[in-house]
Design a protein around this ligand. Structure first.
Ligand code: BJW
Ligand code: ZN
Length: 244
């Protein structure tokens, strides 16, 4: 059986990584997304954007995968599992998932904003997220930026193509911990449904996708995912009977 998992910030929330859009603890409740996650924001204040990503880089290094990440990795014992993640953390990999495609980049990769060269040099210690820190400079004079996909930027071709392939060839898609509003990632469950692939959403809150998926599991990732696979045939049967 082939399983495609689309994950978002919610799966890492229980590890202590804030989500983006939750009312109180979400990053966007405290910080302006278009200032910190756009090329325009970068060009107008690279020191502020750099401090924010440096803070998140260090934060993620200090946290550990949770039972949700571990359950997805454990599914590999029974199925061919491909993880498509919007997350820029490495918690799926650290939990043991081997096929992981990052649609929005990584907090652990850096490149020059002028010549695109990768950067593996030293990084400053963890700052306060709202401070300003000078980004390192490339030999070409450009500034080193996080290798993250900001609003208005194209997703990397390789991970995107591999994700589409995983979704269209899956027998089952699990969508976990995403508000499903950021495109093109949010289009992947719709693509699965259009190909007849059953889609199961795991999220304590409803999303724009909830009405269209095959089954909604209204629980947190760490409580739902460990028990999900053995229950799925019965849950899907019940969901289909309800719709018929
Ligand atoms: C739990 C839980 C628990 C909590 N267990 N669950 C109009 C229409 C359509 C598209 C567009 C449009 N205008 C602009 C666009 C394009 C734009 C877009 O989609 N914007 C929308 C917001 C409208 N997309 C782009 O720009 C993308 N590029 C692109 O389209 O290129 C082509 C193009 C080029 C030029 C012009 C136009 C198009 C790029 C998108 C890049 C996204 N980048 C970010 C930030 C950078 C990464 C970073 O800093 O980390 O990526 S935005 C942010 O949102 C981040 C996330 O990956 C992404 C998705 O968020 P996610 O993961 O869903 O998190 P939340 O917080 O939203 O939701 C958490 C969920 O978890 C909630 O539902 C909770 O209930 C749940 N939860 N605890 C399970 N324990
Ligand atoms: Zn350069």
């Amino acid at each position: 059986m082939r399983i495609a998992v689309l994950s978002g910030a919610g799966i890492s929330a229980e590890s202590g990584v804030p989500t983006f859009r939750d009312d109180k603890n979400g990053l966007w409740a405290r910080f302006d997304p278009y200032e910190l996650s756009s090329t325009q924001g970068w060009h107008s204040n690279p020191e502020r954007v750099w401090a924010w990503y440096l803070w998140r880089h260090h934060l993620v290094r200090e946290v550990a995968p949770n039972d949700g990440h571990r359950a997805v990795a454990a599914w590999q014992d029974y199925a061919d599992v491909t993880v498509v993640t919007q997350n820029v953390d490495d918690l799926h990999e650290r939990a043991g998932s081997t096929k992981v495609h990052h649609l929005h980049g990584s907090l652990f990769e850096f490149r020059c904003d002028a010549c695109d060269s990768g950067y593996t040099g030293p990084l400053a210690a963890m700052p306060e997220p709202s401070l300003e820190v000078d980004p390192p400079q490339c030999g070409c004079g450009g500034l080193i930026r996080p290798d993250i996909v900001w609003f208005g930027e194209q997703l990397p071709d390789g991970p995107w193509d591999a994700s589409v392939e995983a979704v269209v060839s899956a027998d089952l898609m699990i969508v976990v911990g995403t508000s499903a509003i950021v495109y093109p990632a949010a289009g992947l469950p719709e693509l699965a449904l259009s190909r007849g692939v059953p889609v199961v959403e795991v999220n304590p809150e409803p999303t724009p996708l909830s009405d269209r998926v095959t089954l909604c599991v209204r629980q947190s990732a760490s409580s739902a995912l460990p028990a999900l696979l053995p229950q799925l045939p019965e849950l899907l049967r019940q969901a289909r009977a309800k719709r018929a």
